[in-house]
Design a binder for this molecule. Sequence first.
Ligand code: AP5
Length: 216
Amino acid sequence: MMERYRLMMLGPPGAGKGTQAKRLAEKFDIPHVSTGDMLRAARRKGTELGEKAAEYMDAGKLVPDEVVIGIVNERLDEDDAARGFILDGFPRTRPQAEALVDRGVNLDAVINIDISDDEVVDRLGGRRSCPECGAVYHIDANPPEQDDVCDSCGHQGLMTRDDDRPEAIRQRLDSYHEKTSPLIEFYEERDVLRNIDGIGSPDEVNATIVYELQGE
Ligand code: AP5
């Protein structure tokens, strides 16, 4: 087993990147670095960055590279990232992937979760998130134990994300196919790509990823 992991989740919106990244972060005791979560947190706080990002996010468009590269570089400068990390939602464009190379980061594995566009629409349409702690559910595949109540923190009232509206989902899929899916080849050429079938329960997908990484 590798002593520390520098991992990245790749895949279309709704593939289950966040769901799996949280589990892997816990299993390997490494920080979960999600650009989507960081941008949503900045937005909740009403910072300049959050306000700038909001208009892109609500439209399902990518936030400009220089903004996202800046927040990831700051996060990776923090002490806990020295023991490894799992990137979720970054890089998403070729310039972002190159910024990571320029920083001297060599990823150990890029976990590419594959699901169809139809499955994306089903998953995002049924996603509910806790506004308090960020836990993520699905009304059919992964419901909370008690209707509309977060299992993790007990908050009542789960939310639908603003960018999970049908027009925004379509735009996010277009951005993925145009700007992000070319990274599959980028990482294949660097021999770090691990293709994972995203169909199956979250537990089954998790077992496949752990087997790919550790053979157990
Ligand atoms: P971000 O938050 O990264 O969104 P995303 O990539 O579109 O991914 P999602 O969070 O929608 O889905 P996911 O793959 O994590 O799936 P999840 O686990 O939630 O980014 C949002 C926005 O921020 C972007 O559109 C952009 O504007 C901006 N942004 C972020 N990073 C950026 C960057 N690097 N550059 C530029 N802009 C950036 O699962 C989805 C649903 O499916 C859930 O309901 C879940 O419970 C369910 N589910 C999960 N696994 C399974 C399973 N195996 N079976 C059935 N259901 C499942």
